[in-house]
Ligand binder design. Structure first.
Ligand code: CP
Ligand code: NVA
Length: 313
């Protein structure tokens, strides 16, 4: 993983994912070790963020490194300056770039012109850091990763894409229930099906939330309108109305099922009022685990200390 980009979950192997979770478990248990002294991460965002920005900043600082945050207005990515030039300039200053872009293609151009690793901090196509942190949360709650079934209810969006790829790589069953025309992209589904032939994961794409959630270990949802799709919000609200995760739908999952959401959430839309504050909800563990997982990721990418293994696998 050292020196490589993380634009997509498909940049990782199943072994990489297990190592990252293992290191994150150790980092979380042992506090932090100052292993990235002298290293700098640029955090360059075209969209707003709470969790991703704060967790990347703290991850670097807790490992002894530094960060430089660049807001949309400051960089003018592709407007004030071309994406290739931004990549070449930043590469002269920093050791890695975490970028949140509207278009995934912007990230790919950034990575192809950058001589330092680029991390996808969310694009319209994927949110790999969220999916990896979510696997850490699932491992903590369930004590295993494969042999589980995750049911995603809602839009086949960036978060769904990364979860589908991660689940199919590691052998976790993945079901998605979305309205017609809003399921995951074919290209991602085919890639996942290919991974699943090796890992044994079962993949199901359906329009029926009940079918997806029945007997699931994990029920996952995300906003119906992602950042950048605000003009479609009203239309999506109508199209997704019967895809709300509420107590009735949740009752079809296993008794000990957990409820996940990457946040920010729109209570009363994709999740019924009160559901995210119920005992099944692990959303704040998910948010915390962004920090621990990203510390493991940054240490791996930037050549941090070897962390002694404990407690995982
Ligand atoms: N889940 C997540 O990525 O949150 P932010 O958009 O606040 O970073
Ligand atoms: N799908 C959401 C995730 C936010 C963390 C979005 O892209 O806005």
């Amino acid at each position: 993983m050292k020196g490589k980009d993380l634009l997509s979950i498909s940049d990782l192997s199943s072994e990489d994912i297990h190592w990252l979770i293992s290191d994150a478990v150790d980092m979380k248990a042992q506090g932090w070790l100052s292993s990235l002294s002298g290293k700098t991460l640029a955090i360059m965002f075209e969209k707003p963020s709470l969790r991703t920005r704060v967790s990347f900043e703290l991850a670097m600082h807790q490992l002894g490194g530094q960060t430089v945050y660049l807001s949309p207005a400051e960089v003018g990515l592709g407007q004030r300056e071309s994406v290739p030039d931004v990549a070449r300039v930043l590469s002269r200053y920093v050791d890695a770039i975490a970028a949140r872009t509207f278009s995934h293609q912007t990230l790919e151009i950034l990575a192809s012109y950058s001589s330092v690793p680029v991390i996808n901090a969310l694009s319209d196509l994927e949110h790999p850091c969220q999916a990896l942190a979510d696997l850490l949360t699932i491992y903590e709650k369930k004590g295993e990763l494969d042999a589980l079934t995750l049911a995603f209810v809602g839009d086949g969006n960036n978060v769904a894409h990364s979860l589908l790829l991660a689940a199919s790589l590691i052998g976790m069953n993945f079901r998605i229930a979305s309205p017609a025309g809003y399921t995951v992209q074919d290209r991602i589904l085919y890639m996942a099906q290919d991974y699943a032939t090796d890992s044994g994961a079962e993949i199901l794409s359906t329009e029926e939330p009940n079918l997806a959630v029945s007997g699931a270990d994990i029920v996952y949802t995300d906003v119906w309108t992602s950042m950048g799709q605000e003009a479609e919000a009203q239309e999506r609200h109508q199209i997704f109305a019967s895809y709300q995760v509420n107590s009735e739908l949740l009752s079809l999952a296993k008794d000990d099922a957990i409820l996940m959401h990457p946040l920010p959430a729109h209570r009363g839309e994709e999740v019924a009022e009160g559901i995210l504050d119920s005992p099944k909800s692990v959303v704040f563990d998910q948010a915390e685990n962004r920090l621990h997982l990203q510390k493991a990721l940054l240490a791996g990418m930037l050549g941090g200390l070897e962390i002694p293994l404990a407690g995982y696998r």
